[in-house]
Ligand binder design. Structure first.
Ligand SMILES: Nc1ncnc2c1ncn2[C@@H]1O[C@H](COP(=O)(O)OP(=O)(O)OP(=O)(O)O)[C@@H](O)[C@H]1O
Ligand SMILES: [Mg+2]
Length: 641
């Protein structure tokens, strides 16, 4: 059960002020609709059957000792009886009681199995629906949310939360509640048929037992928590040390590492011993309460037996009740701890589901009607963080089928333009129109279908190259994928790999070089065939030769397509219909390449420096290898930034 408490050490995946906290009751209420799905009669039926099995089983459980009582009293009466009664009748009656008793012992077990079998689909269904809802919801949340969160923490929160649903139903609905039900039934039976002192003793014992267990478990939590955190500390020292084995060897620090690990183990041991000791105390305490109660009941029963108020059977029955009631209560401490943790996990999950996406479709949002794809930025101002303006009153149009290029120093806000065009963020002022429609009035879905991007940093799915290219158009045929790959100058590379199009690209695409990744990104955007195209330094990771190859492809792709090019290497944008020079969020120069060069401003200066560097590279091209030229080129690029 140790793994549950790890959750205590796990950091809140989002800050508390994002959403309101829930009480445990509200959390449980939030789960109920998933366990009782409105539109799934079959699931509802399963719940009803499961509850019926449960009640029936527990009733049989209570009935057992009563049958036992009748049996014993019957036996006693039989032994004491004179020959006048019909022996055969009595014996068959007693045998029936034995069979009935067997039934009361068997039924609870069988019904429990039936109950779990019937209920499993319900809890799996609830987990699937909740997990899926969380998954879709996370994808709906805005860029800002995802940039602020640790993805690992998020998926852990979802996983824990869905598992908690199962735990809560398993522990609370099928363990704690039925036990309370059983206790009430026994109490009612005793209250009706016997003097009130019995039910009083039993109730006092149960209440005392529960109170003691809960309080003690609460107190013990800190020892368990300490043990868990010492354990994870020891593990992390162990793992970290092994990961760094090279460094350890370089410095000959094996002994030092062993000592460090030993220290951690010793601490864990101390914490673990403390935790075990307190567990022992808890168990002993529970035992004491139980024995006191049992002895008291027995004393009372013996007294009443001696005065003739109770039969032998009744004494046995009372004792059996006591034994039976305390068995499920024995798990109370750990159930309590797990339920508490499950509630916390579930609360996280539901808080997550409560988060409102920052960017929403309007109620009456219509799909974008593409008619050529004219893009207009009108008085756009934007800041990621209040008080830190990134874009200031940006105005430009890209006429249908034309190309506008944006250049400027790093951090000027170039990529931010494309994020706004995709509506990952809402502008603080101004609007962006596509074919005359404000992008905040149309559905995000239709907007993102109409706009395609080759991003600055391409991240790929850990799957095959083919899968990654096809991502641009999931229903594309193999031929279409190949055509796109050819256009992006990546086909040759792909077929040269042993596994061809099935080559795996590794985690986030890291098995491909930067340039190869970029070409995959170009191919998948070619496949998507968007009305509006954004190229964010789409060829920055390529050497001059490959860049020229692809440039031809990109020119082909962007011909007659509205295109926004963000470029660092100016040679790639000389043919743009308009060039905007962006600096610190403002357009400081605009015009065609020739106009800007003639104006001899910032652009002309950038052009001159890059041209010199490029000429330099051409000159030495005969002396150096391609790789050396590439690194030189990247260096000069950085210099001229
Ligand atoms: N999510 C964010 N939150 C806060 N600030 C951000 C965020 N994203 C970018 N910025 C800041 O906004 C500014 C503009 O970023 P942007 O990515 O648009 O620059 P860029 O012009 O594309 O630069 P580069 O040429 O290096 O790609 C930068 O100063 C950056 O630090
Ligand atoms: Mg950028």
């Amino acid at each position: 059960m140790e793994h549950f408490s790890h959750a205590m050490a796990f950091a809140d995946p989002f800050t508390a002020d994002d959403v309101e906290r829930r009480t445990p009751l509200q959390t449980v209420k939030a789960v109920l609709p998933f366990l009782w799905p409105e539109d799934r009669r079959d699931m509802q039926l399963r719940v009803v059957i499961a509850v019926a099995c449960l009640l029936l089983g527990r009733t049989a459980n209570v009935y057992g000792p009563i049958v036992l009582k009748d049996l014993i009293d019957g036996l006693e009466a039989f032994v004491a009886s004179t020959q006048t009664v019909n022996q055969a009748d009595v014996i068959s009656g007693l045998l029936n009681l034995v069979l009935l008793y067997g039934l009361t012992v068997m039924l609870p077990g069988v019904l429990t199995e039936i109950r779990s079998a019937v209920f499993v689909p319900v809890s799996e269904f609830a987990q699937r629906v909740i997990g899926l809802r969380a998954f879709s919801h996370l994808h709906d949340l805005s860029m800002r949310f995802h940039l602020d969160r640790k993805t690992g923490g998020l998926s852990r929160a979802v996983e824990r939360g869905t598992r908690a649903v199962q735990q809560i139903t398993g522990l609370f609905a099928f363990n704690v509640l039925p036990t309370l039900f059983e206790i009430s039934m026994v109490s009612i039976y005793l209250a009706i048929s016997y003097p009130p002192k019995y039910v009083l003793v039993i109730l006092m014992a149960v209440v005392g037992y529960i109170a003691f267990t809960l309080l003690f478990t609460e107190w013990r939590t800190k020892f368990r928590r300490d043990m868990v955190s010492q354990e994870s500390r020891a593990t992390s020292i162990n793992v970290d040390s092994l990961l760094n084995f090279e460094t350890v060897k370089y410095f000959g620090n094996e002994k030092y590492e062993a000592n460090r690990y030993n220290d951690a183990l010793v601490r864990y041991m101390h914490a673990s011993v403390k935790s075990q000791k307190t567990l022992g105390l808890l168990n002993s305490g529970q035992l004491v309460v139980r024995v006191i109660c049992q002895v008291t009941i027995l004393l009372l029963a013996v007294q009443d037996y001696l005065s003739g108020d109770l039969t032998t059977g009744e004494v046995v029955m009372l004792n059996t009740f006591m034994l039976q009631l305390f068995i499920p209560l024995g798990f109370l401490g750990s159930s309590y701890r797990m339920i508490r943790q499950a509630l916390v996990d579930m609360e996280y999950l539901f808080q997550l589901l409560d988060l409102k996406p920052e960017i929403n479709d309007r109620e009456d949002a219509a799909p974008l009607q593409v008619a050529g794809g004219k893009v207009e930025f009108q008085h756009i101002s934007f800041s990621y963080e209040p008080g830190q303006p990134i874009l200031k009153d940006i105005n430009f149009d890209i006429e249908q089928g034309k190309t506008v290029a944006v250049v400027g120093p790093s951090g000027a806000g170039k990529s931010t333009l494309s994020r706004l065009l995709f509506r990952f963020y809402g502008a603080n002022a101004g609007k962006i129109l596509i074919d005359g429609q404000d992008i905040s009035d149309i559905t995000q879905d239709s907007l993102r279908h109409a706009v395609g991007i080759v991003p600055q940093d391409t991240v790929l799915f850990n799957d095959s190259i083919q899968y990654n290219i096809r991502y641009g158009k999931p229903d594309a045929t193999d031929e279409e994928v190949e055509t796109a790959a050819r256009l992006a100058s990546i086909h040759e590379f792909i077929v040269s790999q042993p596994n061809g199009y099935q080559t795996r690209v590794g985690e986030r695409g890291l098995k491909l070089s930067g340039g190869e990744k970029q070409r995959v990104a170009i191919a998948r955007t070619i496949l998507k065939n968007p009305a509006v195209l954004v190229l964010d330094e789409a060829t920055s990771a390529l050497d001059i030769k490959t860049e020229r190859d692809i440039q031809a492809a990109l020119t082909e792709v962007s011909r007659n397509r509205t295109t926004l090019v963000i470029a660092h290497r100016l040679s790639t944008i000389v043919n743009a219909d308009e060039i905007l020079v962006l600096s610190k969020g403002e357009i400081i120069e605009r015009g065609t390449h020739m106009e800007l060069v003639v104006a001899s401003g910032t652009y002309a200066e950038m052009w001159r420096r890059q041209k010199e560097a490029a000429d330099e590279i051409e000159k030495i091209q005969e002396i150096f290898t391609d790789d050396e030229i590439r690194s030189l080129q990247i260096e000069t690029d950085n210099l001229s930034r």
